[in-house]
Design a protein around this ligand. Structure first.
Ligand code: GLA
Length: 773
């Protein structure tokens, strides 16, 4: 709900209040953001009274020599009138950089989406628009705030409109919030290809800290999501703020701890290489920025963001992610129809639902040097074309999906030979390649039209139920061939969103997976159109624990796409037990990416059981509230809990790094359950390989044999040993008080039904279900 009284705007969400004051100098002040305030008075208590400006500071105007912009908590900040902190908007016009934005007007209305950029899909939202104006140069800036009473997010952006003369917009943060420092720790993520979303934490220091992307996409470098945790807060307790941006291009997040001990927070399009010319009458709409506050610690803030994605961002939240078998890591480019059919047959036997044919199905694309851009099926590899393979999948009760990389082109392709001017490049400079390919210039309408037409043609040609939309290189040579290079990065995004919008609207029933060499474009912009995102090309389960922990800080499990792959892993050559590969992948959209024809019978059995398990709990995983209770980097093991909205069912994942000898008893302390109900706590069945025990196996089996010999090895491919199965009835209160003690771990001896055999990288999934006694 949004109200306005005595120059105070009050934005109330389910549990939070945001106060904005228009002060006597007509500046827009961030006054308060935190737990809900019900008071109806004039908010004199929250007004900051700054009596004495520091000696060297600038008095904003003569009416009040003690008023200096530098000390104010501003909702929007600019250059030239005495504020020396980071400006949130920078313009240049004939007069220079000076901009003085003063309150002019406001409007409270129902939210009207601007569909040129990712927008909010929830209906009936309230919107506040505060209009500010520089009366000298005529620059009008609208500050937009959108909220809803049953969620805890505020969505913001600004719109810039020159009303008198031409300007160059050099920076336009979607939002700014400024507040006194509360001993904040900044939590953000960083990464590279195959190692996305590593979690970083650091206490704020005086100065300016920036995370960003300059690659042209939101990137695997720094995700736009970040948090500020108040000193003393924990995973489930204390004040935490979280922020994200609905944008897939270059972004910047600035956190400045000023010398006045105030924290200024901004996010938006990266000002790096950004220079947008706006003529009188034009308008520039910035991407939507979302912020949330929770007094329930970092999990509370994450859950608010997850609800935001489900309720405001995702196009169709009742879609169910199919269990996928993707052939990439099984075959790479080297496949033929016989191979694909054998993968389909095996996948179908295990209960998988969707066969996704990855790269290499078209044109001359037998490696990554040629063919990209020409999406006509390679009938040498796939005689009978896509229809035949789609029909084969159908015959085996599976649907069919396809990989595309429509934003790119190989030099060795028909498309490039016809349209070499369609790529991003400078006029007179040889463009650099990435993965042997160029980026198509999506700021051009003819390029957008070509992509829409060609992808649609393929989608109409056959029964395709799933698309993996890839984008495999960073941008370079962003030059002046078409638009001014200061506009190109953003114009590319506008073009891309138009393409997404048209294709997803024409084919609403397709299930869409975004991908960019894994998680190089994992953001809210993509999720506005696509159902999920391929999280990382690193499918090693232990690496994935770290990657998925970082990703799920800001994004719900429903959009985190995970596949069980082979061991040793292609990425890090680590041997990770199959149970762990399964258990880690279960926490998200579940799938497989390995050559199933090479599985041992025991592996087939294990996989088939995991699929049955996923089918039973997929809605809980998709819609439940997700908590991270332990972190693998900090604690040596990860504890992930997902609880359904009714608190009647939960899954708990326990993931170990390196095993430790004689560590003692482990207790489990959960959250989010019903304290007044009883639950059954059981282990998802584990199958242990006898070879895990090495020569110790002789202590259990008293006949003589070689435990590394062919006979025993062959046996272990067929028969495994059941792991322990814990099974307790326990009250919700006890589960949330650390009363539950897990079975002891293997410590050099004692295999048995009450010993957890947990070698390095072992894991468990527990099912927690309400019982009636
Ligand atoms: C990228 C993706 C992979 C796979 C390959 C195909 O690397 O992340 O999953 O699709 O492209 O070339």
């Amino acid at each position: 709900m949004i109200t306005c009284q005595n120059n105070i705007f009050k934005i109330d969400t389910l549990n939070t209040t945001y106060l904005i004051r228009i002060n006597s100098h007509k500046h827009v002040i961030s006054e308060y953001y935190g737990s809900k305030i019900d008071s109806q008075d004039n908010y004199a208590f929250s007004e900051e009274t700054i009596k004495y400006p520091a000696g060297s500071s600038i008095a904003y105007d003569e009416s009040d020599s003690q008023y200096s912009l530098d000390m104010q908590c501003l909702e929007i900040s600019s250059i030239g009138k005495g504020d020396y902190k980071e400006p949130s908007i920078v313009i240049k016009c004939d007069e220079g950089y000076v901009l003085d934005l003063c309150y002019q007007n406001y409007k409270i209305q129902k939210y009207v989406p601007d569909k040129s950029l990712p927008y909010l899909r929830k209906a009936d939202l309230d919107e506040l628009i505060i209009e500010t104006m520089d009366s000298t140069n005529g620059v009008l800036v609208e500050l937009h705030y959108v909220c809803d009473v049953d969620d805890d997010v505020i969505i913001r952006n600004i719109i810039v409109k020159p009303t008198k003369k031409k300007i160059h917009l050099l920076k336009a943060s979607s939002m700014q919030l400024e507040m006194p420092n509360q001993d904040f720790t900044l939590v953000s993520t960083y990464g590279t290809w195959g190692s996305e979303n590593n979690i970083d934490e650091m206490p704020l220091k005086h100065g300016i800290f920036k995370i960003d992307s300059k690659t042209g996409a939101s990137s695997n470098r720094h995700n736009p999501f970040f948090m500020l945790k108040e000193g003393g807060s924990t995973g489930v307790f204390g004040n935490v703020y979280a922020f994200n941006l609905m944008y897939s291009g270059n972004h910047e997040e600035i956190i400045e701890l000023s010398t006045f001990d105030k924290v200024r927070i901004q996010n938006g399009i990266n000002s790096f290489c950004f220079d947008f010319e706006l003529k009188k009458g034009d308008k520039f709409v910035t991407p939507l920025s979302v912020m949330t506050f929770s007094s329930k610690g970092s999990n509370g803030a994450s859950i608010n963001m997850h609800h935001f994605v489900e309720n405001f961002v995702i196009k169709d939240k009742v879609k169910v992610a199919p269990i996928v078998i993707n052939n990439w890591e099984a075959t790479f480019f080297d496949f033929n129809a016989t191979k694909l059919r054998s993968i389909i047959r095996n996948a179908s036997k295990q209960g998988m639902e969707m066969f996704v044919l990855d790269d290499g199905w078209f044109s001359t694309r037998n490696n990554d040097h040629s063919g990209l851009g020409d999406y006509d099926v390679n009938t040498k590899k796939i005689p009978g074309g896509l229809n035949r393979i789609a029909n084969y999948a159908k015959k085996h009760k599976m649907k069919f999906g396809l990989w595309f990389e429509p934003e790119m082109v190989n030099e060795d392709s028909r498309l490039f030979r016809l349209h070499s001017d369609w790529i991003i490049k400078c006029k007179d400079r040889t463009p650099s390649k990435g993965r042997n390919q160029y980026v198509l210039n999506l700021s051009r309408k003819d390029v957008q039209d070509y992509i829409i037409e060609n992808v649609s043609k393929v989608l109409h040609s056959s029964d395709i139920s799933y698309i993996k939309w890839d984008m495999n290189r960073h941008m370079s040579d962003v030059g002046t061939l078409n638009y001014d290079s200061g506009e190109m990065f953003h114009r590319y995004m506008l073009g891309l969103y138009r393409v997404f919008d048209e294709i997803t609207s024409e084919f609403p029933n397709i299930y869409y997976e975004g991908c960019s060499s894994g998680g190089n474009r994992f953001d809210l912009g993509i999720l506005n159109y696509f159902d999920q995102i391929w999280t990382s090309d690193d499918t090693d389960a232990y690496e994935r624990i770290k990657i998925q922990s970082g990703t799920s800080l800001g994004y719900p499990l429903r959009c985190i796409s995970n596949h069980v792959s082979t061991s040793p892993s292609n990425s890090v050559l680590r041997n990770t037990p199959l149970d762990t590969r399964i258990n880690v992948a279960l926490f998200g959209s579940y799938g497989f990416e390995l050559d199933l024809t090479k599985n041992y019978p025991i592996e087939d059995k294990n996989i088939a059981e995991s699929i049955k398990f996923y089918k039973k709990y997929r809605l809980l995983i998709r819609d439940g509230d997700f908590y991270q209770l332990k972190n693998i980097k900090k604690d040596g093991y990860a504890l992930w809990l997902v609880v359904n909205k009714e608190k009647s069912e939960a899954l708990l994942g326990y993931f170990q790094g390196l095993n430790k000898m004689n560590r003692g008893t482990e207790t489990i302390n959960l959250v989010g359950l019903d304290p007044n109900s009883d639950y059954q706590f059981t282990t998802r069945k584990q199958i242990l390989n006898y070879q895990t025990f090495g020569s110790l196996v002789h202590q259990a089996i008293k006949i003589k044999f070689n435990e590394r010999g062919p006979l025993f090895t062959a046996l272990t491919k067929r028969i495994g040993m059941d792991g322990e199965k814990e099974n307790y009835i326990i009250g919700g209160k006890a589960l949330m008080s650390g009363a539950l003690k897990l079975d002891n771990k293997w410590i050099g001896t004692g295999v048995g039904s009450d010993t957890r055999t947990m070698p390095d990288f072992a894991s468990r999934v527990y099912v927690i279900k309400k019982v009636k006694i």
